[in-house]
Design a protein around this ligand. Structure first.
Ligand code: AVJ
Ligand code: FE
Length: 359
């Protein structure tokens, strides 16, 4: 119960500096207004815990359909008859109260019969879902002028840069995916062996400094949120307007840009299997979501659980996989098998680059 409370405190802390107008405002067609994310967090919790597990009726009848992420594309979310202002805040609190009631009634034990309850799956899913939406909210918060938040580390830290530039990984069989026990999303299973050729992978993600060299030599566009500033470059995010720091990992580049960078560097992007096989030896994970060369596909033996709309509807060659995590990702969301995905042209996520090459 405690971790759910911590996640909620983090969610509320994020919106603390904002007024209702800012919560409802549509800042970008590719990002939800914050009010939608907040209602969706509560509605997801109500759906899976209060309704599905607890057998209770929803608090607001059919409201849930407006929080369905598939039915309501991001660009439409500003216009929906969703909860706002005081009504939204009490919905978050009322659902949470019922959640705690239901949690007190059920057994989230190791051998619970219902797979939703076994090993606390539903609890872990709610927690992960809220924390993942915190990151989506942070994507939007980049667009809010003069956003300040005491006690919240906003922005990247420098990647360490000592030691060999690349790590060698042996070829052969590598186990990929989440083990059968413990919380993971359906797309991380089944764990399976893959055969990899030997390869090398960068120890650190690509820095702003190196990316700038690439831009200067090739004429490539600047990452999202970079602006010209007295002949140099400034970052214009929620943190304000600051000079681009060379040693920080480059963020907000698209998959196409990551690919072009890797080619310029005489390297390539790692596949997601290579990334995972190397992950135990990488330091410096958590600086950026790292684009991989892989399409978001089902693993052999995939079974949708608990709902098709989390992963299955996205499988195919439309989305590219990112691995790792960024400064905006909560530590409990990051694990070696976690798969993130987005469209190859997107740059609003905290996406960076780590290169690889054949050994
Ligand atoms: C894993 C970040 C791609 O935002 O579409 C949140 C996470 N899924 N609610 C997304 C998610 C359902 C998902 N990503
Ligand atoms: Fe969601």
């Amino acid at each position: 119960m405690e971790r759910l409370g911590e996640a909620r405190a983090r969610t509320l802390k994020l919106i603390e500096p904002l007024d209702d107008e800012q919560l409802n405002r549509v800042y970008s067609p590719i990002l939800s207004p914050l009010a939608w994310d907040l209602g969706h967090i509560a509605n997801f919790e109500e759906l899976w815990l209060v309704q599905t597990i607890g057998g209770r009726e929803p608090l607001h009848g059919e409201l849930g359909r407006f929080y369905d992420a598939i039915e309501n594309p991001r660009k439409t979310r500003g216009e929906l008859p969703i909860l706002r202002d005081a009504g939204l805040r009490s919905y978050l609190a009322d659902v949470r109260e019922r959640t705690l009631e239901v949690l007190a009634e059920v057994d989230l034990g190791l051998d619970a019969e219902d797979p939703l309850l076994r090993e606390g799956f539903v609890y872990e899913m709610l927690l992960a879902h809220e924390l993942q939406h915190n990151e989506t909210m942070l994507q939007l918060l980049q667009l809010v002028d003069d956003y300040e938040n005491d006690g919240f580390d906003l922005g990247p830290a420098a990647a360490e840069a000592s030691g060999p530039e690349m790590i060698a990984v042996d070829g052969g069989e590598h186990e990929i995916g989440a083990p059968a026990r413990g919380f993971a999303y359906d797309n991380e299973r089944a764990r399976h062996a893959v055969e990899l050729a030997p390869f090398e992978i960068d120890r650190t993600p690509v820095s702003n400094g190196t990316y700038l060299q690439f831009m200067e030599e090739t004429g490539a566009e600047a990452p999202l949120y970079w602006e010209r500033d007295d002949g140099g470059w400034a970052l214009t995010t929620m943190a304000g307007r600051d000079p681009v720091i060379s040693a920080h990992p480059v963020l907000h580049v698209s998959w196409h840009e990551a690919e072009a960078f890797a080619r310029w560097a005489g390297k390539r992007l790692p596949s997601e299997q290579e990334w995972e096989a190397a992950s135990a030896e990488l330091e410096s994970v958590g600086q950026a979501w790292e684009w991989t060369s892989s399409d978001f596909l089902a693993y052999p033996g995939f079974e949708a659980f608990p709902y098709r709309e989390y992963s299955e509807v996205f499988f195919g060659d439309t989305y590219k996989v990112l691995r790792g995590g960024s400064w905006a990702t909560h530590a409990s969301v990051m694990r070696p098998s976690f798969r993130n995905w987005d469209l190859p042209e997107r740059r609003q996520i905290f996406s960076g680059i780590r290169c690889a090459r054949d050994a």
